[in-house]
Ligand binder design. Structure first.
Ligand code: NAP
Length: 275
């Protein structure tokens, strides 16, 4: 395994025919020190992974349908997963049991799933990263929102995504709310009227976290991944916003994660912990 920092990192991509997976395939093929050795997807099995991703030149790595077989034959050091909420846990457990490290971009993993991953990672003495958002700007948005939460106790989160996203709210919104709650355990506590509020249309106020943060999910064609955190105070508002305008926005973070997870141990939550 490439743990000495000099050898090439052997990388697999799970979900290689998806919107994100194709970008990851192109990124791994373009990055020095990273080698694409495995591509898995339920779609386009048998096709060259580079051609499948829209590149002009083949890379001699075919898309495979079965992850277990691919892991046994290709022995990647790191596997990047951008599949679906229903598939991610099974995939990540298979990767970890093979001894490889897992970089998980797929959102929608349950708390129970995370705890299973934590146990598997410890048992197999390897590492996994769950990153709700690989865009460096989004990681900074989360950090700034946590900082602002020390000074504002009223805030709401609006996340906006393309209309093919399966989970709501987004993993980024949930992670943002979690970080904000570390700085401000109860939002909206001075709003005396909140218990008298009546929703005329169910869901109008969004989902509410334990710390009383409201999260609103917008799904529209044309969007990629966007998030606003709006803070309200006496006579003022503060809006922090991040926009991923293109899926390439996630790729520097994915490459960083693949390089750095080689030296990590255990389950890591959030790209900021590998930066
Ligand atoms: P997508 O276009 O639907 O691609 C997912 C691909 O994975 C599809 O081809 C899908 O095939 C395939 N797949 C599903 N189950 C599989 C399995 N068990 N083994 C192998 N391949 C499998 O989705 P996407 O837009 O790329 O997004 C993927 C995930 O990444 C979503 O959860 C999304 O929220 C997340 N995401 C995360 C970030 C981040 O920064 N962390 C950024 C963007 C997106 P089928 O069509 O047969 O299911």
């Amino acid at each position: 395994m490439a743990v000495d920092g000099n050898s090439v990192v052997r990388v697999g991509v799970c979900g290689a025919s998806g919107r994100m997976g194709k970008e990851v395939v192109k990124t791994i093929l373009a990055e020095d020190g990273l080698e694409l050795v495995m591509a898995v997807d339920t779609h386009n099995a048998g096709m060259d992974a580079a051609l499948n991703a829209g590149l002009a030149e083949p890379c001699q790595v075919s898309v495979e349908a079965d992850l277990q077989t691919a892991l046994q034959n290709k022995r990647p050091d790191v596997v990047v997963d951008f599949t679906a909420p229903s598939a991610v846990l099974g995939n990540a457990l298979a990767v970890i049991r093979s001894g490889a490290r897992s970089v998980i971009g797929t959102t929608g993993l349950s708390a129970e799933g995370m705890s299973q991953l934590e146990q598997a990672v410890a048992q197999h003495k390897t590492a996994a990263l769950i990153a709700p958002n690989f865009a460096i700007g989004a990681v900074l948005l989360m950090r700034f929102a946590q900082e602002a939460s020390r000074y504002f106790d009223h805030a709401e989160i609006i996340e906006l995504h393309h209309n093919q996203k399966l989970d709501a709210p987004s993993g980024t919104a949930l992670r943002t709310a979690e970080l904000m709650a570390e700085a401000q355990p109860k939002f909206g506590k001075t709003n005396v009227a909140s218990d008298k509020e009546k929703e005329i249309l169910a869901g109008s106020r969004g989902g509410t976290t334990e710390s009383n943060l409201h999260i609103h999910s917008v799904r529209l064609p044309g969007l990629v991944a966007h998030q606003e955190v709006i803070f309200g105070g006496l006579g003022q508002t503060l809006t922090i916003r991040h926009d991923s305008l293109d899926r390439t926005s996630f790729m520097p973070g994915v490459a960083l994660a693949v390089r750095n997870i080689i030296h990590a141990q255990g389950l890591i939550y959030g790209l900021e912990n590998l930066m």
